[in-house]
Design a protein around this ligand. Structure first.
Ligand SMILES: C[S@@+](CC[C@H](N)C(=O)[O-])C[C@H]1O[C@@H](n2cnc3c(N)ncnc32)[C@H](O)[C@@H]1O
Length: 228
């Protein structure tokens, strides 16, 4: 996926595109619950950074009746879609949806876990990525988990190019036109790519530890870490 999903006019089509462009997109969100949950029926306060069209909020909300959630996203259009879904599913008592950035949230409220799914690639500068991760860390209790999913790798390497081509094949097999698959891949290429080592380094610098990769498909990866 590229910045196609960041264009307000196209935000409403994001869900369909994401399902076709990301292998196991829906399953991924159930996987996140499995990784973040401490015990069944637990109460937890969960921070969803870059909540977009509400995939995390609605999946977590439906499966985890005792989770409270705060979703934050700077895009007006995405937030509008998230809010509508949360309201339609009658989850608004447990889910707050806020337009803005993590740094707009009070530091005093500490969360039990957080997610950052397909967001980091929108931030090109290393320093800004680090600042976002630090801002998340500041709002987590010690021992809390953070799950990240994003594109990754080194586009200069042959194995990256091989995976990228396979990803385009997958998008076409999922029903996207050849042109759209290429367009999405081109837009992805214009966004930020960090290697797994670089991502883990940033996470450790931001105050996290115990990185574990839990997801990998083509050029997308997922890591879970714990706040020190
Ligand atoms: C590709 S969407 C992902 C949405 C959702 N997490 C998902 O996986 O379906 C990326 C979202 O990140 C948001 N975003 C971009 N920069 C951000 C930032 N600095 N902080 C929080 N969200 C950001 C965008 O507005 C967009 O809604």
């Amino acid at each position: 996926m590229g910045n196609i999903d960041f264009d307000p006019k196209k935000a409403a089509h994001y869900d369909d595109l994401a399902r076709k462009a990301v292998f196991g997109y829906e399953q991924l969100f159930k996987m996140l619950i499995a990784l973040l949950v401490e015990k069944q029926n637990e109460s937890a306060n969960v921070l969803v950074v870059g909540c977009g069209t509400g995939m995390e909020l609605t999946t977590f909300g439906n499966h985890m009746p005792n989770w409270q959630m705060t979703g934050v996203d700077p895009s007006e259009e995405m937030i509008k879609i998230s809010k509508t879904k949360v309201d339609d599913l009658e989850l608004s008592e447990r889910i707050k949806v806020l337009k803005g950035f993590v740094e707009d949230l009070p530091e005093e409220e500490k969360y039990d876990s957080a997610t950052l799914i397909f967001v980091l690639r929108f931030i090109s500068e290393e320093e800004q990525k680090l600042s976002l991760l630090k801002n998340i860390a500041m709002r987590l209790r010690s021992g809390a988990k953070l799950a990240i999913v994003d594109q990754y790798g080194d586009p200069r390497l042959d194995n990256f190019q091989f995976m990228s081509k396979a990803w385009r094949n997958f998008m076409k097999l999922s029903g996207l036109s050849s042109e759209l698959a290429i367009q999405i891949a081109i837009q992805a290429a214009e966004q930020s790519f960090f290697t797994e080592t670089e991502i883990q380094k940033l996470l450790y610098e931001a105050g996290f530890t115990k990185a574990n990769r839990f997801y990998n498909s083509f050029i997308h990866g997922g890591w879970i870490v714990q706040k020190k």
